[in-house]
Ligand binder design. Structure first.
Ligand SMILES: [Zn+2]
Length: 52
């Protein structure tokens, strides 16, 4: 899980371009720092507007 633009395991920051690739789920993205599979991106503040 990517949280707030960073790896949920080691908090290594993930570039926006890579976050987009994770969202698309076309390929498996692995954290460069800890080697975790980044399977999903936690939605950020922007999503709260669309939920209403
Ligand atoms: Zn990591």
């Amino acid at each position: 899980m990517v949280k707030r633009g960073a790896c949920g395991g080691c908090f290594n920051s993930i570039p926006p371009q890579r976050q987009a690739e994770i969202r698309e789920k076309k390929k498996i993205i692995v954290c460069e720092h800890c080697g975790r599979v980044l399977a999903d991106v936690e939605d950020q503040v922007i999503v709260e507007k669309t939920r209403r």
